[in-house]
Design a protein around this ligand. Structure first.
Ligand SMILES: Nc1ncnc2c1ncn2[C@@H]1O[C@H](COP(=O)(O)OP(=O)(O)OP(=O)(O)O)[C@@H](O)[C@H]1O
Ligand SMILES: [Mg+2]
Length: 285
């Protein structure tokens, strides 16, 4: 286990011990109940640090409130490495909000969200800024298509790799050999991904005019430019017809199998959810 994990674990175990002590000493039933929830939360978090634990993402006792509106109330679930996990629920139940809490677009009111990478290093996502989450291998798509219309599909793929470009501004100004080398590698990677998923014919096309199903697949493929371990998809089948949805179902499985990634998706289309997900969590109001 990484040294960093060990240090955090010792802290968590200390906190758990203190909570258990407080619980035994407390006589007020309401406060006792609150302490019990806290104890359960910390026990849940500590379990992620067990080397045998195969979770990629652990959400513990998540709450999210916008002003007086309590959207997420005490939500906990785990996602295992390599699985396709679905989050379902009616309109407005808070599915996108959960995604936004994981990717740090929102800071939750309370709760805990930890991510364990393939080297068993654990990071508390709540301690990260939104643009740093990607560096840890957590990448998302949005509910609407986010491709840039002025760029070709290949250029969109290259822009998608932006966060992983290592060259600094100085190198870019002088367009040095190493940058050119890096561009070559990135370009080759983009072409390989497009080819692997049967999208190479579209590389010089602009997004406008391409079928919506194709755009959805390109947007999804683009996440692979960032070397993700966990891909988060918000309603990937929205706006697709039946045959496009069937194609997308196979596509999601192919991405998982070829790239050994874990996939976390929100979806209304129950056909897709039932066909593609290994496990499902349902939320309501
Ligand atoms: N930034 C925000 N400020 C205030 N309220 C918000 C904010 N984001 C979401 N909400 C509210 O939280 C609730 C849940 O919204 P969310 O978008 O998470 O639902 P959803 O389950 O993704 O719905 P849909 O199926 O329509 O996509 C809604 O009532 C929404 O208005
Ligand atoms: Mg939504």
């Amino acid at each position: 286990m990484a040294e960093y994990n060990k240090e955090v674990l010792v802290g968590l175990q200390g906190k758990l011990k203190a909570l258990k002590g407080a619980y035994s000493a407390e006589s007020n039933p309401e406060l006792k109940l609150e302490l019990k929830e806290e104890i359960e939360k910390y026990e849940n978090i500590v379990s992620l640090y067990d080397p045998k634990n195969n979770d990629v993402l652990k959400i513990s006792n998540l709450y999210m409130q916008f002003g007086g509106l309590k959207v997420i109330k005490n939500l906990s679930f785990d996602i295992n490495r390599g699985e396709i996990f679905g989050l379902i629920g009616p309109n407005g139940a808070g599915k996108t909000t959960v995604f936004n809490c994981v990717t740090q677009f929102y800071k939750p009111t309370s709760g805990d969200i930890r991510f364990k990478n393939s080297h068993n290093e654990i990071v508390n996502l709540l301690e990260l800024k939104v643009h740093d989450v990607i560096d840890y291998g957590v990448v998302r798509t949005f509910q609407n298509i986010e491709l840039i219309t002025e760029l070709t599909i290949l250029e969109n793929m290259l822009v998608g790799a932006h966060k992983s470009y290592r060259s600094n501004l100085f190198k870019q100004m002088f367009h040095t050999k190493s940058l050119m080398e890096e561009e070559k590698v990135t370009r080759a990677k983009a072409l390989k991904i497009l080819e692997e998923f049967g999208l190479l014919d579209y590389k010089d096309n602009y997004p406008v005019g391409l079928p919506y199903g194709v755009l959805k697949r390109i947007e999804f493929a683009r996440t692979l430019m960032l070397n993700p371990e966990l891909i988060i998809l918000d309603e990937p089948a929205a706006g697709l017809n039946e045959s496009e949805t069937i194609e997308l179902t196979q596509f999601i499985k192919d991405v998982r199998d070829k790239y050994n990634v874990t996939i976390f998706l929100v979806e209304h289309d129950m056909g897709l959810v039932m066909n593609v997900c290994d496990r499902i969590c349902a939320i309501s109001f």
